[in-house]
Design a binder for this molecule. Structure first.
Ligand SMILES: Nc1nc2c(c(=O)[nH]1)N[C@H]1C(S)=C(S)[C@@H](COP(=O)(O)OP(=O)(O)OC[C@H]3O[C@@H](n4cnc5c(=O)[nH]c(N)nc54)[C@H](O)[C@@H]3O)O[C@H]1N2
Ligand SMILES: Nc1nc2c(c(=O)[nH]1)N[C@H]1C(S)=C(S)[C@@H](COP(=O)(O)OP(=O)(O)OC[C@H]3O[C@@H](n4cnc5c(=O)[nH]c(N)nc54)[C@H](O)[C@@H]3O)O[C@H]1N2
Ligand SMILES: [Mo]
Length: 819
């Protein structure tokens, strides 16, 4: 057993292993200071709620309080390991400023009230609007952080009960492109790969994915392979010197927004050198000839210029990818939130298809998720799609869903594509959506162009309901605030990025009158009097487990089939990967192992879209293109980003994350070790740009775009020149609760209202900006961590340390564990 400062040493102790071997276990435990495992009254099973990795853990409870966490050794995902947010983030649950009573706005002020009055206000306004205008007056903006049972219930209420098409999640900002890219290539959502592919791969490519900071435990699996015999080659595509880049065999640092050019360059080399699995392509795919022809326009010389990467590095990356025996790829926000998001992500799928790298150990393709439960938002249809990956443009699917719900098919809106979140905000702006119910998301910090967001959400004519656990920046604008119970205080299931489903059990009671989100939804449905077509209550369940049983039936026969699972089966052991059926009772490690896809025209979730315009394909067009349901290879032309650097705004701005914080910090800002490690906003600039701007480490700068400006202290880092990076975690709220001091610091003051045509995901990672020096730092370093992508170039910055409060026990498997 070792004790490790896991703020200073983010990834913890290495447990090396070789290709094809089992990843050793390492059980990480962190308990409140002064407590040992013997003091714990009970351990309660769950998984991490602060990323999509699905790290399984047990919550330690003493005297009915959460006092710590311990990784679950038996789980397939993490083999006992936890990351910093997993280890320290739970402390936010017991924060004294949790919402404990509903609030309603009276004479301009939010005041405490009863549930009765709060729900009456919500239900009363819903009824009024349904009478006056109909379902299109009501919108739901949900999240990727509730449980499967909650999304399924919400989707039923919104689609099957109220009948509105305005339902989406913040998953639009997060994983819409993952879903869109999978639908384009395989005609259905669902991650083909498995985390265990890391154990077998000989080449791992990470595209716009800072896995080291955003899926810490998955990255430790790669680090352990790198420390063992026969390590894989790593390819990193990222403009920043992330910890992934530090370990890469080849690091390509393209200009932001040029991903499609880069991918076409890689595909050019694969085709030109005939690193193509022709038998696989012939048997299992359509569209290869077109791709082979069109990538001829992307020779390495040209691509190296567009992306500004060394031609030799591009060729070397292509050679590694082209000659790999077992190629694994992951994709995340550097693609999804950048220019041509879906088009670029689809090219990663194309590489796997033309190389025949699907469904075999080590050949994992993961269009990653970000939020812990984003997968479920999509599966259950709370992102606007139909539950169970049903196809909204296939009438038979709508009828089938109506059968499951016992409603009339005409009551389920499917006359046009689901309204995406950015469009919903537009409708709120215009005044056609008059009630917006926001759950577990903080758009006043996380959506683009905050000036616009504030004005949209603070309109008098909008009835805004916010369901949260804290009085977030968004909740402060609400007409009604509903206090929710959260992870650890309620029961449900959720699914990670490799389809592993975990059960999350209630450990302690929620504070005050806070209620589980599920209970709030069901209460709303009953008060509103929602009925099925026989006059029975529309929502026929009252507990999470009953909701799960209902969902199992809804998912039966669909790609995300949960019918073989139960709470009982999920209890005690490891999480289980869907599809899980009577035929595959232990779940399914990899999709498409048999070269068969969910792509049959009658069965598929989506007919796809035009990658450039976003127009949905007609059913007949899809049938003509892909009559026998193969994988679809889709070429896309590179187009320059919409907002390019200019004389006034000469630099490119990208935004993203750091390892210590989660999103708008409502939880991690309340965990002392995490908050201390990254206490305030900073801006990363390259040495070349720093010199041009006369900037030194710690200097105060102003960063401006045509939308606004923010102030941040400079970190001179190894980021590529011409590019600056801002973390998006810092809204107005601060520890101690003080108000904004008039100087904005939220990255989204700067971002643009613009989105990918196919996935409708907003573009957070390509904008033009200007940086000016406002004041000298006087030798004080910026608040940026030193342990991450924001590491300083200069050696005299004090290192990020956690101290005694960040000590974690690591129990390593004994000798022989590393078989
Ligand atoms: N610590 C931590 N972990 C998290 C989260 C968190 O808030 N904090 N959030 C979770 C969620 S919801 C998500 S969605 C994931 C996100 O996880 P990631 O996608 O890994 O995180 P980001 O920092 O948003 O972006 C990844 C990288 O994209 C690069 N990038 C920017 N523009 C471009 C471009 O044009 N091309 C390329 N190739 N790269 C570019 C950035 O330099 C950045 O390093 O993380 C999850 N995990
Ligand atoms: N500039 C820029 N902007 C970005 C991004 C970026 O990279 N750059 N990334 C985007 C991405 S990928 C994402 S996922 C979004 C995230 O953006 P948000 O979803 O706005 O971020 P969070 O801070 O996670 O907000 C979640 C809210 O839910 C509350 N909450 C937590 N648990 C519960 C619960 O159990 N029930 C209820 N009812 N409430 C709960 C929290 O207190 C918090 O207020 O940001 C997006 N915005
Ligand atoms: Mo996300």
């Amino acid at each position: 057993m070792g004790r490790v400062d896991r703020i200073a040493d983010v990834w913890g102790t290495r447990t090396p292993y070789g290709q094809g071997e089992t990843w050793p276990t390492r059980v990480d435990t962190h308990l409140e200071e002064g407590l040992g495992p013997e003091d714990v009254d009970r351990w309660v099973q769950t998984a991490s709620i602060m990323h999509s990795n699905g790290d399984a853990l047990d919550i330690a409870v003493k005297d009915d309080r959460i006092v710590g966490v311990r990784g679950r050794a038996v789980d397939r995902v993490n083999h006992g390991r936890l990351g910093p947010k997993d280890l320290f983030g739970w402390q936010a649950n017991a924060s004294p400023d949790r919402l404990t009573r509903p609030l309603v706005r009276k004479n301009g002020e939010l005041v405490e009230t009863s549930w009765e009055e709060a729900m009456d206000a919500v239900v009363g306004r819903t009824k009024e609007l349904l009478e006056e205008q109909g379902p299109s007056a009501v919108g739901f903006y949900t999240t990727g952080q509730l449980f499967l049972e909650e999304y399924y219930t919400l989707g039923l209420i919104a689609h099957g009960g109220i009948g509105t098409n305005h339902v989406d999640g913040n998953t639009r900002l997060c994983t819409a492109t993952a879903a869109a890219a999978l639908k384009e290539s395989f005609a259905s959502d669902g991650q083909p790969g498995s985390y265990t592919d890391i154990d077998h791969a000989d080449v791992i490519a990470l595209y716009g994915h800072n896995m080291a900071e955003t899926q810490v435990v998955l990255w430790t699996r790669i680090l352990d392979r790198l420390a063992g015999p026969n390590p894989p080659a790593i390819i990193c595509v990222d403009p920043r010197p992330t910890p992934v880049a530090q370990h890469a065999t080849v690091h390509l640092a393209p200009r932001p927004g040029t991903n499609v050019a880069l991918m076409n360059g890689l595909l050019h080399e694969i085709v030109a050198n005939d690193w193509v699995d022709h038998d696989y392509v012939e048997a299992h795919a359509v569209g290869f000839e077109e791709l082979a022809k069109r990538v001829k326009d992307y020779p390495p010389e040209r691509v190296a210029q567009i992306c500004d990467v060394p031609e030799a590095d591009l060729r070397e990356a292509a050679r590694l990818i082209g000659t790999a025996d077992r190629l694994m790829s992951t994709v995340l926000q550097g693609f999804y939130q950048s220019h041509q998001a879906t088009a670029a992500s689809v090219q990663v799928n194309n590489i796997h298809i033309v190389r025949g790298m699907l469904g075999r150990p080590g050949c994992g393709l993961l269009q990653m998720n970000g939020q812990p439960t984003a997968e479920n938002t999509r599966e259950a249809g709370a992102d606007g799609d139909l539950a169970g990956f049903r196809n909204w443009s296939n009438d038979a699917h709508v009828e089938d869903l109506a059968r499951v719900w016992n409603v009339d098919p005409m009551d389920i809106p499917h006359y046009s594509p689901p309204t995406h979140a950015m469009q919903m905000m537009r409708y709120v702006e215009e005044g056609s959506i008059r009630m917006l119910w926001v759950q577990a998301t903080n758009p006043v910090v996380s959506m683009p162009e905050l000036n616009r967001m504030r004005s949209i959400l603070s309109q008098e004519r909008l009835f805004l309901v916010v369901q949260d656990i804290f009085l977030s920046e968004t909740a402060q604008l609400a007409d009604v605030v509903l206090p929710a119970a959260t992870w650890g205080e309620k029961t449900g299931t959720f699914t990670n990025a490799d389809r592993t489903v975990h059960l999350s059990e209630k450990a302690v009671d929620p504070p005050g009158e806070a209620r589980p989100d599920l209970d709030i939804f069901i209460d709303f449905a009953h008060r509103l009097g929602l009925k099925d077509k026989d006059g029975a209550p529309l929502v026929k369940w009252s507990t999470p487990e009953e909701a799960f049983e209902a969902w199992k039936e809804c998912s039966r026969g669909r790609p995300c089939d949960y019918s073989g699972m139960s709470y009982e089966k999920l209890r005690g052991g490891s999480g289980i990967q869907w599809p899980c059926t009577d035929e595959a009772p232990d779940g399914t490690e990899r999709l498409y192992a048999d070269g068969k896809f969910f792509a049959d025209p009658q069965y598929c979730e989506s007919y796809g879209r035009d990658l450039i315009t976003g127009a949905p394909l007609e059913p007949d067009e899809y049938k003509a293109m892909n009559p026998s349901g193969k994988a679809v290879i889709k070429f896309a032309e590179y187009l320059p980003p919409h907002e390019l650097p200019s004389e006034d705004f000469p630099l490119q701005l990208i935004t993203g994350r750091t390892v210590y914080h989660f999103h708008t910090r409502t939880k991690t800002g309340r965990a002392p070790q995490l908050q201390a490690a990254a206490p305030d906003v900073w801006v990363e600039v390259s040495a070349t740009d720093a010199e041009l701007l006369g900037l030194e480490e710690g200097d105060l700068t102003e960063i401006s775009t045509p939308r606004g400006s923010v102030r941040a202290r400079a970190r001179v880092s190894g980021i590529r020149e011409g590019v600056v990076f801002l973390p998006f975690h810092y809204g107005y709220w601060d520890v101690g609760g003080h108000e904004p001091d008039g100087e904005g610091r939220a990255a989204n003051e700067l971002t643009i209202t613009d989105w990918d045509p196919a996935s409708k995901q907003p573009i957070f990672k390509t904008a033009a900006c200007r940086v000016t020096k406002v004041g000298a730092g006087g030798g004080t370093a910026s608040p940026a961590p030193t342990t991450t992508a924001s590491a300083p170039l200069a050696g005299d910055v004090p290192p990020t340390r956690g101290g005694a409060g960040a000590d974690v026990d690591e129990e390593l498997a004994t000798a022989g564990g590393a078989r």
